[in-house]
Ligand binder design. Structure first.
Ligand SMILES: Cc1ncc(COP(=O)(O)O)c(C=O)c1O
Length: 353
């Protein structure tokens, strides 16, 4: 059993790959180009489309990094409401006009956006470019809307990967990135190996080092959202990933959490069960005293991220259900690094509160 649970992944040994072909879990999205980050993939998209209007309609529940490329390219950003069950509010979507780009996504692995069919059809009548962000549903096997023009996503959130973003389309051709800048990937490669050493040796100096490196890397891409080619080491790791194992472990862990936490009285899981096509990213819960619960878990060395801090652009508007999610959500790790033992530790700590 690991002494800590959650937070960034790690790497232990250098692996070599020779032939690089996209694995099925990526090629199923069509023609694809790989970038260093999800935001780089969005920039790459914006370099190759000329929408009818320079406006984008985004979900009000979103990570700020998704907005950055649109702001950088001078788009007017509008937001539609997301309901408390994480489905898009269709009336809110339909209330907008003159939208150049529409972005939608399923959250935490689930097809929470399945109610969008008519809205997408409506948007397409005015030539809106429809983009699905697949960051959270990368390994989920459900079929996607035929109305999607493009897919964008961050791959590096799913396993120990220095860099990784994707732009893909099953109906249009994709121009790959031309620029290369391995600064971000180099720092993250070093950080991932330092974390790998730390997990074995538990040396506190190493912890300070990799935490600073991960922070430094994020700062780089917060200030530079350009589209850079993925580094070759990360590309190799993508081809080597055992996606079946990732899927199986995550499902087992999710089901264990679901079973163990079903009668809890001070929080509410967002999803109770997995259907066959879903690969969960986390086990998200809604909890009133979120910050207190998170602090207690941190003291037990269980690190649960908050998806997400509310972006400034969203605070300014009035989205009551998205706001409720931002303020109450907590993501419990259920990823492939862990097994039933770690899940039971999480369950017993949450139950003892
Ligand atoms: C839904 C979603 N899309 C895109 C991104 C951007 O990915 P990256 O951090 O690799 O730029 C993120 C980042 O958290 C995200 O949550």
């Amino acid at each position: 059993m690991y002494s800590e649970i959650g937070s960034e992944f790690w790497l232990e040994k250098l692996q070599k790959t020779s032939n690089i072909t996209l694995p099925n879990w990526l090629s199923s999205f069509g023609e694809a180009a790989l970038t260093t980050s999800g935001r780089g993939a969005i920039t790459l998209l914006l370099q190759q489309v000329i929408p009818k209007y320079k406006t984008v309609l985004l979900p009000s529940y979103i990570c700020e990094s998704v907005l950055l490329p649109f702001i950088e390219k001078g788009y007017n950003c509008y937001f539609y409401e997301i309901n408390e069950d994480l489905s898009p509010n269709v009336d809110s979507v339909m209330s907008f006009q003159n939208i150049g780009v529409f972005l939608h996504m399923g959250y935490f692995g689930f097809q929470t956006n399945s109610n969008l069919k008519d809205a997408l059809k409506h948007l397409k009548k005015d030539s809106t470019i429809v983009v699905e962000d697949i960051t959270h549903t990368l390994f989920s096997a459900f079929s996607r809307f035929e109305y999607n023009d493009f897919y964008v996503g961050s791959i590096r959130k799913w396993f120990g990967l220095p860099s990784g973003g994707i732009l893909a389309s099953s109906s249009r051709s994709i121009n790959g990135p031309i620029l290369r800048n391995d600064n971000f990937s180099k720092i993250r490669t070093d950080a991932l190996f330092n974390k790998g050493k730390y997990i074995k040796l538990e040396d506190a100096d190493l912890k300070d080092k990799f935490l600073n490196q991960f922070f430094e890397a994020e700062t780089i891409i917060d200030h530079d959202v350009a589209a850079y080619c993925i580094d070759s080491f990360s590309e190799g790791l993508i081809t080597l990933l055992d996606a079946d194992k990732l899927l199986q472990k995550r499902k087992e862990n999710f089901n264990e959490l679901s079973k163990g936490l079903k009668n809890s009285n001070y929080f509410e899981p967002l999803f109770f069960e997995l259907n066959e096509n879903v690969c969960p990213m986390f086990y998200p819960i809604l909890v009133n005293n979120r910050d207190q619960v998170r602090k207690h878990l941190t003291q037990e060395k269980i690190y649960c991220p908050v998806h997400w801090p509310i972006p400034e652009q969203v605070i300014e508007r009035d989205f009551s259900s998205a706001l409720y999610i931002y303020n109450n959500i907590l993501s419990i790790p259920c990823d492939q690094r862990y097994g039933i033992t770690e899940m039971n530790k999480i369950i017993s700590i949450l139950k003892s509160m």
